[in-house]
Design a protein around this ligand. Structure first.
Ligand code: FES
Length: 183
């Protein structure tokens, strides 16, 4: 992946907002994910160099946080919650219905789609919950899978599924020493 001077500058500007370089880890990783769509060895080494950590630390975060990927994803990334409340509301069936309709097996990428099951999306009372890129959809019944796929097509066309820039994401909480992360 080509590390441009623009990317270097954006990283430097983010890192300058934190007292320690490594505290900018989440922001830097979101920026790289947003720029390339996934991480390869060169972008992992780049992130490590900017943050003053070892590549193994970056790999640790990559495997811990599901929003980062080590392989290219489709433009429409569908995550179906399969944790208990959503599963009881039909999310597992919904996942399989979606797979049939978009022609993409669960856990894989086909064309513009990536489809996967994930754990709790934090909206348990309104399941089945589905997150598509940055957008959360609640109460998506399995029998509405067809309608849901059509709706995604419309939202994609209108640009409403475009990922938010990393500058719009919540700041902070991104240290390798964070209690949320013990990679
Ligand atoms: S169980 Fe699905 S959002 Fe929590």
């Amino acid at each position: 992946m080509e590390i441009t001077s623009e990317l270097e500058s954006k990283c430097d500007a983010l890192i300058a907002q934190y007292p320690k370089k490594r505290s900018a880890a989440m922001m830097i990783m979101h920026l790289i994910q947003e720029t390339f769509g996934y991480f390869d060895d060169s972008s992992v080494k780049f992130a490590a160099r900017k943050l003053g950590v070892e590549p193994i630390d970056v790999y640790g975060m990559l495997s811990f946080y599901p929003m980062f990927s080590q392989s290219p994803r489709g433009r429409i990334h569908i995550k179906v919650c399969r944790t208990l409340s959503c599963a009881m509301a039909g999310s597992v069936k919904l996942g399989h219905e979606l797979a049939k309709r978009i022609g993409c097996p669960i856990g894989e990428t086909r064309g513009i789609y990536t489809l996967e099951f994930v754990e709790c999306l934090g909206n348990c009372v309104r399941g089945p919950n589905v997150q598509v890129n940055d957008k959360l959809f609640e109460g998506v019944a399995p029998e509405d899978a067809e309608k849901f796929v059509l709706k995604l097509g419309e939202l994609d066309k209108s640009g409403e599924l475009a990922a938010k820039p990393s500058s719009d994401l919540p700041q902070g909480g991104g240290d390798f020493d964070s209690p949320a992360y013990k990679g």
